[in-house]
Design a protein around this ligand. Structure first.
Ligand SMILES: NC(=O)c1ccc[n+]([C@@H]2O[C@H](COP(=O)([O-])OP(=O)(O)OC[C@H]3O[C@@H](n4cnc5c(N)ncnc54)[C@H](O)[C@@H]3O)[C@@H](O)[C@H]2O)c1
Length: 441
């Protein structure tokens, strides 16, 4: 299939449900980068390069010079939150970025005031906020969100919009009948079905308005057949779920290496402490469960114990998250990995990652917003599996196992960009560099 990518003309509105630590670190960061006060480190769209053609051609352009992405100066931000603090106040409260940096972008941040949220404490009981919409049923709430989207687009003179969910992790919800078809889902909205979480109401409103959606939390949100149906029907790009940062990022970097060398793994114990609002929400067991399922899925897919029982059949994998306020957004994680090598001899690997949660997540929000907008302009609709690179628990077509290995995910992302721009895909075969050898085979 040939793609014709429309140019990134005009203004791009990035709409964010949940203006907490991640979203404010992202927005303040983009404003700081625009003023040349800091660099967008960690963002592939801003700092990453891509190889084109043969190694001998030496072509490695910046990704942003290769594919037509929106310029940072063309971005406008908006969002919703259950707290009414503007983005400057919320960023100060999140205590991720230094006051000096925040003050340098204060006017830009103060201007962004959250719209009233669609929220229900039943889905995140540790939150108390009053900036919340009231409606007769969930369908009415969805219509109110659509009105917000329409107004935002008009007031800010936007040509295109994308939505990136940066709201809290909701309680664990399983696939149910109400999620199966669009008709059942819409009936569920009218009946205010409890299995329709607030994040699904935002996603529904976005897709109805032609706005592509990326999900940074482990909630089901767009990962249900009803949303896939709506996305296909309206020709809209969707992806999810759960930003891949911190411990899971390390896991999907390290595990493919152990697997590649056929080293065995007996156990992988992962523990975290964090003290931000995300940690507070995850302190409720029903919210932690959503995160746990997302974090646990990673290793099985990489090691495939069923096809490698001698190496991974007995692997014990455990993940704990503990709320510890003194650390704020500076999450600390420990991994104890029991591995074994030649003749079954045991070894251990210990990882102690002192990370900054929102510093790792902010560039992912930017990349997801820009790549999702690119996909939409290229006419790619439905699930964008090539964005798996950014997620702990990538959304895939029904029955298709997700790819968790970060290096395969990167190859998929880069080949998608090459494909979109009509460049040769890179298979890394490389035999043609040794043509003499090939001729003799
Ligand atoms: N920081 C990371 O490394 C990382 C990694 C993966 C996933 N995430 C996920 O990203 C999300 C944001 O993380 P954070 O650290 O910014 O959390 P946060 O608690 O600082 O921010 C979330 C915000 O969402 C708001 N919110 C909750 N429900 C809402 C609703 N229905 N409508 C509008 N606003 C709502 C909350 O009031 C809060 O301000 C969380 O779900 C988290 O699990 C973060």
């Amino acid at each position: 299939m040939d793609y014709e990518v429309k140019p990134a003309e005009g203004r791009l509105g990035i709409l964010i449900p949940g203006l907490g630590a991640v979203a404010t670190t992202f927005i303040a960061g983009v404003e700081a980068v625009k003023k040349d006060l800091a660099k967008p480190v960690g963002s592939l769209t801003q700092m990453g390069r891509i190889r084109l053609g043969k190694r001998t051609e030496n072509r490695h352009p910046l990704i942003k010079d290769f594919v037509p992405l929106a310029e940072l100066s063309d971005i406008v931000f908006g969002g919703w939150d259950v707290y009414s603090d503007n983005v400057f106040e919320a960023a100060v409260n999140a205590r991720v970025l230094e006051p000096m940096l925040l003050h340098a972008v204060k006017p830009e941040l103060e201007r962004i005031v959250p719209m009233q949220a669609v929220f229900d404490k039943a889905y995140a009981r540790n939150l108390v906020g009053t900036n919340v919409k009231e409606g007769a049923d969930k369908m009415e709430l969805a219509e109110m969100l659509m009105e917000d989207i329409r107004n935002f687009k008009e007031i800010n003179n936007c040509d295109r919009l994308v939505m990136v969910w940066c709201g809290s992790t909701e309680i664990y919800i399983e696939h149910a009948e109400v999620h199966e078809t669009l008709a059942a889902f819409e009936e569920g909205l009218r009946q205010s079905d409890p299995r329709i979480a607030p994040s699904m109401i935002y996603a529904y409103a976005a897709l109805k308005m032609g706005v592509p959606f990326a999900n940074g939390a482990p909630n089901l949100t767009v990962d249900i057949p009803a949303m896939v149906e709506l996305a296909k029907e309206n020709g809209i790009a969707i992806s999810g779920k759960d930003f891949k940062t911190g411990q899971t990022l390390m896991k999907t970097i390290l595990a493919p290496g152990l697997h590649a060398r056929a080293l065995g793994v007996k156990g992988w114990f992962s523990s975290n402490i964090l003290g931000n609002r995300d940690g507070l929400v995850l302190d409720a067991p029903e919210n932690f469960k959503t995160k746990e399922v997302s974090k646990l899925s990673v290793l099985d897919e990489i090691f495939k114990p069923e096809s490698n029982p001698e190496l991974y059949g007995d692997m014990y994998h455990k993940v704990r998250i503990n709320y510890y306020p003194p650390h704020g957004d500076n999450k600390e994680s420990w991994d104890n990995i029991d591995i074994f090598g030649w003749l079954g001899y045991q070894m251990q690997i210990k990882i102690n990652f002192l990370c900054r949660d929102s510093i790792l997540a902010a560039p992912l929000v930017l990349d997801l917003a820009l790549f999702t907008d690119l996909a939409q302009r290229a006419g790619m609709s439905g699930i964008q599996e090539w964005l798996s690179f950014y997620y702990k628990s990538p959304q895939t077509a029904e029955g298709l196992a997700p790819e968790h290995d970060i290096f395969k995910q990167l190859m998929k992302l880069q080949n998608t960009l090459r494909h979109l721009m009509g460049e040769d895909l890179i298979t890394h075969l490389g035999l043609d560099y040794y043509q003499d050898l090939v001729d003799t085979l």
